[in-house]
Design a protein around this ligand. Structure first.
Ligand code: V0V
Length: 144
């Protein structure tokens, strides 16, 4: 079902501070930054190199406002790992298979994720305590 781990997502209270720590102390590189209003987040994708496909990646995710799922996560748990994202080739297919196997997907249809990806999530209660994101890359980035 899954191609690889696309990224691990970390909830952070302050995106600039988190990017500074991950670049200056841990030596990650910032690959991409964006605001996703629908998800209520500002995020930075961090990688070990330039090639998207070969990178190990982490996503630093900060809340845009207090209604954000990330604000709720931070209030409850403090900063730390919030999600594991699995890359899939065909999100609609994988979502249908997982639903058949009894998993609750959070959205009836795919939503927009980082860099134009299509995303959905498996509820952490069904996925044994881990919020699982499913990510289908936009067509152009799959080709290189
Ligand atoms: C909640 N729970 C978690 C969890 N969040 N368990 C593991 N990992 C998490 N991240 C557990 C929590 O401990 C509770 O367990 C139970 O689920 C209900 O939690 P809650 O605090 O009442 O929270 P809810 O139900 O209001 O919200 C939880 C869900 C929410 C997962 C439904 O966070 C959500 O909709 N997440 C999907 C969207 C998202 O995370 N967006 C931000 C990233 P107990 O205490 O009852 O046992 S955006 C992103 O990744 C992008 C754009 C991208 O990658 O491109």
């Amino acid at each position: 079902l899954f191609i690889c781990i696309d990224h691990v997502g970390l909830a952070v209270p302050d995106l600039d501070e988190a990017v500074k720590f991950h670049t200056e102390v841990l030596g990650w590189r910032e690959l991409h930054r964006e605001v996703n209003e629908e998800q209520g987040v500002a995020e930075a994708m961090m990688g070990t190199g330039d090639q998207l496909a070969e990178n190990a990646r982490i996503q630093l995710i900060a809340p845009l406002n207090e209604d954000s799922t990330i604000a709720k996560f931070l209030a409850k748990n403090g900063q730390g790992i919030q999600q594991m994202a699995y890359r899939v080739a065909d999100l609609d297919h994988v979502s249908a298979v997982l639903r058949e196997r009894g998993m609750r997907l959070l959205y009836p249809e795919a939503r927009r994720g980082t860099s134009g990806s299509r995303i959905n999530f498996v509820h952490p209660k069904d996925a044994r305590g881990v919020l699982l994101e499913l990510v289908e890359l936009p067509k152009e980035t799959e080709e290189h």
